[in-house]
Write a protein that binds this ligand. Structure first.
Ligand code: NAP
Length: 253
């Protein structure tokens, strides 16, 4: 029986390329898209290109209702997931407090809520891949928050509260912008979830695609979408857990 992967934000960019690569190698691919019409179009396009099995699933990672509906739909179809890729993300969203909230909701709370919502559907031994960024490096944070996120005793609840406080404070107090903070927090969340899910042998890692020529990365980025997706792919099949990787090489948080 084929393996099943769910990728959020897979209607374009790195998520779409990853979907294409996994479909080509025989995976059943659930193409997560907040706009179902775009998801259906992308799935149809990739089915044609690859001859693989791809199906769109409506999934807005900032909406608890959307996440619950997607999970219910998969449950109704008796679908179990072997790999979850939390790829959907935003960069340089609207400036100001709204932009800060949207960035943190999408890049940090999105992966957390999608993970919690789909956890009952994940097989033991599954992988979870959180797509991170070099801009989330702890070295970009001020010393106080660098220490807080690096603290191995940091709990999920405490991290969530820190992120809520960051948004409440308007997103200005950590030494870098909301995107960098959201990805630094995602890296810390990755470490925490890896240890929480170890009893089920679920491997949780963060993978960085590098700076990639997508709508987000822009035309001047040095890496192709294929190179970016290849770097993310490592998380889907690895037996490692709790680390941050670029091109299969562990990097510092
Ligand atoms: P992209 O081309 O801008 O695509 C972003 C994808 O995320 C789109 O499918 C978008 O859907 C989706 N998305 C945004 N908000 C969403 C939401 N609330 N719910 C569901 N889907 C949502 O970006 P990309 O370059 O492929 O980036 C993919 C991931 O790589 C992101 O996590 C990003 O932070 C990370 N990354 C990218 C780079 C880079 O240089 N490109 C570097 C480091 C890390 P719509 O089409 O509906 O907008």
């Amino acid at each position: 029986m084929g393996k099943t992967v769910l990728i959020s934000g897979a209607n374009r960019g790195i998520g779409q390329q990853l979907a294409r690569m996994l479909a080509t190698t025989g995976w059943d691919v659930l193409v997560g898209a907040r706009d179902l019409a775009k998801g259906n179009a992308a799935a149809a396009r990739m089915r044609k290109e690859t001859g693989g099995r791809l199906k769109a699933v409506e999934l807005d990672v900032t909406s608890d209702v959307s996440i619950a509906r997607a999970a219910q739909k998969l449950r109704d179809g008796a679908i179990q997931i072997d790999a979850l890729v939390n790829n959907a993300g935003v960069y340089g969203a609207a400036r100001g407090a709204d932009g800060v909230a949207l960035t943190v909701e999408t890049n940090f709370f999105g992966p957390l809520q999608v993970t919690l919502g789909t956890l009952p559907l994940l097989r033991d031994g599954a992988t979870i891949t959180n797509v991170t960024s070099g801009l989330g490096s702890l070295s970009n944070l001020d010393p106080e928050h660098r220490r807080a996120l690096a603290d191995p005793t940091l709990t999920r609840d405490a991290l969530v509260e820190m992120m809520r406080a960051f948004v409440r404070g308007g997103g200005t107090s950590w030494g870098t912008d909301a995107y960098g903070v959201s990805k630094a927090a995602l890296n810390a969340l990755t470490r925490i979830l890896a240890s929480e899910l170890a009893p089920r042998n679920i491997h949780v890692n963060a993978t960085c695609p590098g700076w990639v020529r997508t709508d987000m990365g822009g035309r001047g980025a040095p890496r192709s979408v294929e190179e970016g997706a290849e770097s993310v792919l490592f998380g889907v099949t690895t037996a490692e857990t709790g680390g941050i990787y670029r091109d299969g090489v562990r990097i510092a948080p």
